[in-house]
Design a binder for this molecule. Structure first.
Ligand SMILES: Nc1ncnc2c1ncn2[C@@H]1O[C@H](COP(=O)(O)OP(=O)(O)OP(=O)(O)O)[C@@H](O)[C@H]1O
Length: 431
């Protein structure tokens, strides 16, 4: 896979200061999710500011898409179109009198035509779920809303790479989770995401790769498991291990685990612990996961399912799904880590529902299938009927809901689990 950004022997010193970066050599693969972690003053922000040419190395080379960054105004415009940088403090990024003007700033600077700008602004605000806020002054928005508008500002230029300095700092836990869900969605669209964070829990469960920095240098670049399992390394960087790994290590030290792969999530951890219980494992009592395409127009089947009481928890994955949940008057229980949380409910014998759309539909099914196969559990996947999907070219009008002999719509019924991960596509309409 090609590299989105490469740093080769990059050094940097602020005026009259010692080196803040001391020979950085890393490559960020295109399409990956990379977390920069390290203590205060390690050089994370300084490194991120190099990604789109906001800072110029005093020595060494930064490459974007294989091409060395040049620092004349024209080359910088081109680099900033490819690499969008979202600052830690949204107030430092938002300055126009209205949200619309703020998001339009980048495309305007790129010299885009008026119509193109309008379209880019609408698309970007829609992507972050902030359509309807166009006329609002950014400084009147909440922290989470400001962050979304700042993200829209870079998305309006349709960058291949998104760089975030501490994307969740100063956000409440639920808003932070929603922002991370948005980042995942953008990554699913094929964009590379590089972020800095102090949050080891976030870095451990989210990242494909972790770059651990200290004192202007890279201490280690590797998998989250390798980095966060190395206690001495974490101590050197003044970081704590993620809670799930800490528990795993304590149990390993008591001889309960030997060569198992360290867990990265509550789901993996509970599976490992349950494995210790041997025969007491509850193979046969798993629940099903219902999936509803949030881009569908007909919500009758959804209402039927929800009012049947069969579903104990609802998760909304992605901006479209969250908007749709709000339109349908549904308050989701899960807005981040949705699939794992629903798998946990399924293993506990409960049915849950995931609202999602687009490429996330296939991803959801694949993830459930993989888990079912690897764990040997039988978890049913049910597609809730959505009616005609506007974005499809093949569908005519909404098909009538099928009824069983008792006259109930089929998705009201929670039959026993299907085979591992096998999809029970109720009305023959895969999303
Ligand atoms: N504008 C600046 N002028 C002078 N020195 C700076 C400036 N910004 C950062 N530094 C110095 O550069 C070094 C790296 O700082 P940087 O902000 O990149 O670290 P960081 O890892 O992002 O820290 P934090 O986690 O606290 O945000 C520090 O020693 C800091 O004092």
């Amino acid at each position: 896979m090609r590299d989105a950004i490469e740093f080769q022997d990059v050094h940097f010193a602020y005026p009259n200061r010692p080196d803040s970066l001391r020979g950085i050599d890393i490559a960020v693969r295109a399409g990956s999710k990379v977390a920069l972690v390290g203590p205060n003053g390690a050089g994370k922000t300084t490194l991120l500011l190099m990604c789109n040419g906001m800072l110029r190395p005093t020595k060494g080379v930064v490459r974007v898409g294989g091409v060395p960054v040049k620092y004349d105004a024209r080359s910088l415009r081109e680099v900033r179109r490819k690499v969008g940088l979202v600052f830690q403090n949204s107030d430092a990024q938002l300055f126009a009198p209205t949200v619309r003007q703020d998001v339009a700033f980048g495309p305007l600077n790129l010299g885009m035509e008026k119509d193109e700008i309008k379209e880019a602004v609408e698309r970007a605000l829609h992507q972050v779920g902030m359509n309807g806020y166009e006329r609002r002054p950014p400084h009147h928005l909440s922290g989470g809303e400001k962050k979304r508008v700042a993200i829209a500002g870079v998305l309006a230029m349709d960058p291949e790479v998104l760089v975030f300095d501490e994307p969740t700092s100063a956000l409440d836990p639920a808003t932070a989770e929603e922002v991370m869900d948005l980042l995942d969605e953008l990554n699913h669209e094929g964009r590379t995401v590089l972020l800095s964070t102090h949050d080891v829990e976030l870095a451990y469960r989210w990242a494909d790769e972790v770059v651990l920095m200290e004192n202007g240098a890279v201490l280690r670049h590797g998998s989250p498991e390798a980095i966060f399992s190395d206690t001495a390394l974490l101590h050197q960087a003044r970081l704590k291990p993620p809670a799930v790994l800490d528990l795993y290590r304590e149990l390993s030290d008591r001889g309960l685990f030997k060569d198992e792969t360290p867990p990265r999530s509550a789901l993996e951890f509970t599976d490992l612990v349950e494995g210790l219980a041997g025969d007491q494992r509850s193979h046969d009592s798993c629940g099903a996961i219902h999936i509803w395409d949030a881009a569908g127009v007909d919500s009758t089947a959804l209402e039927t399912l929800l009012s049947s009481g069969a579903v104990t928890r609802v998760g909304a994955m992605g901006t479209r799904a969250k908007q749709r949940a709000s339109e349908e008057g549904i308050v989701p229980d899960f807005t981040y880590g949705v699939i794992d949380k629903c798998l946990l409910r399924a293993v506990a014998g409960e049915d849950s529902l995931i609202l999602t759309s687009g490429g996330m539909l296939a991803h959801t099914r694949e993830r459930i299938d993989t888990y079912a196969m690897e764990s040997g559990r039988e978890i049913g996947i049910r597609t809730v009927e959505t009616g005609f999907l506007g974005r499809r070219s093949t569908g005519p009008e909404a098909p009538a809901r099928t009824k069983d002999q008792d006259g109930r719509s089929k998705n009201e019924i929670a039959p026993d689990c299907e085979q591992s991960g096998r999809e029970d596509n109720i009305n023959g309409m895969a999303g």
